[in-house]
Write a protein that binds this ligand. Structure first.
Ligand code: SF4
Ligand code: ZN
Length: 259
């Protein structure tokens, strides 16, 4: 995933997964020359939650001596997530997800990154497969990886995608890096929360379920390659970003939010 000469932007929320990711990469990288890690934190503007995780990210990067940049929704999109979500709370995670992805790409571009590393773990990946199936969103299920290899974007890497949430927790405890942090107030609206508890029940009763879901995704991608689902992307008519329709998700969303 990482080669000599890479400048890796590490998406660091300050939470468990991204903390483990930065610690691990920092431990592994001294063996490789010419690879540089730079942490990027996105401040969505979630009152009572993000402040503490940002502090935790700042502390970690200071301890490790890693360059750290923070980008806010306010700066990029003109308002905080809290403001965008007034009256739209049930859509919190989809709005947040679209804007955060864009903010991370902007952050990675600003620092001239050649890779963008995120802390998605096995549980996250398996949950996403199931959520895309529940929503009947096959294009998204297939397109995720296609985007990574298309050469249009800074390649995204997920070094922890085969590591479970439990293993990450054990790693943090062993390395004395476990912190109790507040939970995002919008998680109660998240479909992911329900899928998470459903999947952990399955994984407990039928070990390997999460790996099998990832394998299913890879097989579906394989069979769909070359089909209309993985068709080349257009350019957004407003911002020029690659997208599947006339306008990208970010521009369509910002317009619906009155921006
Ligand atoms: Fe954003 Fe939802 Fe995560 Fe909160 S739980 S940070 S709203 S994606
Ligand atoms: Zn656009």
């Amino acid at each position: 995933m990482i080669i000599p000469g890479d400048r890796v932007a590490v998406a660091l929320s300050g939470g468990k997964d991204s903390t483990a990711l930065l610690l691990l990469l920092n431990q592994l990288l001294p063996a490789w020359e010419d690879v540089r890690l730079i942490a990027i934190t996105i401040d969505e503007g979630i009152f009572g939650y993000r402040e503490e995780t940002i502090q935790s990210a700042e502390l970690l990067t200071r301890q490790l001596g890693i360059e750290h940049h923070c980008i806010s929704f306010n700066e990029l999109f003109g308002d905080s997530l809290d403001t965008f979500l007034k009256g739209r709370e049930p859509q919190a995670c989809s709005i947040c997800g679209i804007l955060r992805k864009k903010a991370m790409v902007v952050g990675a571009q600003r620092i001239g990154a050649t890779k963008l590393a995120t802390g998605h773990n096995l549980d996250d990946e398996a949950q996403s497969v199931l959520m895309n199936v529940f929503r009947s969103d096959l294009p998204r299920l297939v397109r995720n990886s296609a985007l990574n290899s298309s050469g249009i974007f800074i390649p995204r890497i997920k070094p922890l995608s085969l590591i479970s949430e439990k293993e990450i927790a054990m790693y943090l405890i062993q390395n004395d890096a476990w912190r109790v942090l507040p939970e995002c107030p919008y998680t109660s609206y998240a479909l992911r929360r329900e899928v998470r508890s459903l999947l952990s029940g399955f994984e407990y009763k039928h070990p390997g379920t999460m790996f099998h879901l990832l394998e299913s995704k890879q097989k579906i991608e394989h069979y769909c390659s070359g089909s209309v689902l993985s068709a080349p992307l257009h350019s957004c008519r407003k911002c020029g970003d690659p997208c599947s329709g006339d306008f990208c998700q970010v521009c369509s969303l910002l317009q619906s939010l009155g921006k």
